[in-house]
Design a protein around this ligand. Sequence first.
Ligand SMILES: Cc1ncc(COP(=O)(O)O)c(C=O)c1O
Length: 428
Amino acid sequence: MDRRNFINKLGMGAAVASIKPTSITDIIKANQKIHHQTLEDVAKNEDYWRMIRNAYTIDKNQINLNSGSVSPAPRVVQEAMKQYLTIVNMSPSLWVDDFLIPQRETLRKRLAAMFGCDPEEMAITRNTSESLQIIQLGMNLQAGDEVLTTTQDYPRMLTTWRQRERRDGIVLKTFPIPTPCENPDELYDLFVKNITPKTKVILFCHISYTAGQIFPVKKICQMARERGIETIVDGAHAFAHFPYKYEDLQCDYYGTSLHKWLNAPFGSGFLFVRKDKIPGIWPLMAAPSSQDDNIRKFEAIGTHPVANRNAIGEAISFNESIGIDRKAARLRYLKNRWVEQVKDLPGVNILTSLNPELSCAIGGVNIDGVGANDLTAFLEKNYRIHVRPRFVPNEWEGIRVTPNVFTTPEEVDLLARGIERVIKKGLK
Ligand SMILES: Cc1ncc(COP(=O)(O)O)c(C=O)c1O
C-alpha cells in the first residue's frame, strides 16, 4: 500500500491535506476561483486567507500583531534562502561570484518594475536604515543648512541628522503632526509653514511608523522641488503594503525594508535614487570615481550573505501571487475590524484614520490613564497578543497594532476583547 492509501485508510487524508503548506501554485489556483469577487468580498473570504496563512510557519500559539517591526517570511522564501545557502557553501567564491552575485541584476529589474522606476535607479541594500543613511550621510550639506522633518519620523533617522549637526553644523528642525490627521492638506501645510530660506532637505515617512498615517507624498515632493529642496522619503512600512508606484511619489530618494511588508529575508531592503541625483551622493563605503554615476556604488559593501538577498525574488513572486490590491484590502479589513469594535468605548483614543486613503494595516490606540508599556505587557500576559508600544516624546504614547495576511479575524477580535476588559476592569 502506498503512503497516500495508507493515510486515507486511517481517515487522515483530510487532516494531512490541510496541513500541507501552501505553495505559490496553490495561491494561483485559488485566485482562479475568486477572480470574479470584488476586493471587498475577497477581503472577507476566510477560506482564501486561511490558505495564505498556511503558507507561513508562524507560531500559532502566539498572536503576532506586530508585523510592522519585521514580518515572518513564508515557507517558500525560507526554502529559497536555505537552497541558496547550500549552494553558497558548496564552493563559496566560485558559486557566489559567478552565479549568485550576477543574479542581483535580475532582482534589481524586478524590484524596479514593482516600484515603477528605472533599474539604474535601484540599489539593493540591507534595510531602510542603510538606505536612508547612505543619503543622509552622503549628501553635501554645509554648516547652517536646515533639514526639516516631523517628530514622528524614525528615531534612527533623527539620530543620523543629529550626528551631522554635531559633526557638520547642520540644523535639524522638527514639528509635530496631528494624530490622526484626517486632512492630508494639513500635513502639506505644516511642511510649507516650517520651510525657511535655509531648508535644503525634507525627510518624512510615506506611512508613519507610529500610528500608520499615510502622507501626501507627491504633493509635498512637488512643492519642495519647486523650492529647490530635496526630498527623502522613508518608505520602511510602505513597500508591498498597499499599492503605489514611484510616479505617485516623485521624491528624490526613497528607502525601504523588504523584511517588513514584502516578507523577504531579514536584512533586505532597497534604495531608490533619482538618476540625476546619483552623482551627488557619496556612498557609505568608498567607491572608485568610475562609479560616480552608477547606482551600484551604493552596494559595494564587501562580503555579505547573498542567500538572504537572492531569496528576495521568491518573496516578490509570493506577493505577486496574492496581488497588492487584494493584500491591501485584507489588511484594511482587519485593521477596521478591531478599531470598529473599540473606538466608541469610554477612554479609548484611536490614533489612526479609517479613511482608506490615509491608512492601511497599521492602527494605533491608547487608553486614558493606561501607559503603552503596561497595555503591551497586559495583552501579552493575558492574551498572548504581541503588539508594539510607541512613544512620541512629549506628545503621546500608545500601542501600534499591525496585522498581516496570516492574521485571522478571531485574532483581532481577541485584541478588541482585551481592550474592552481593560476599560471595564483596568489592568487586573
Ligand atoms: C519609519 C521607519 N524607518 C526606518 C526603520 C528602520 O528599518 P530597519 O530596521 O529595517 O532598517 C523603521 C523600522 O521599523 C521604521 O519604522
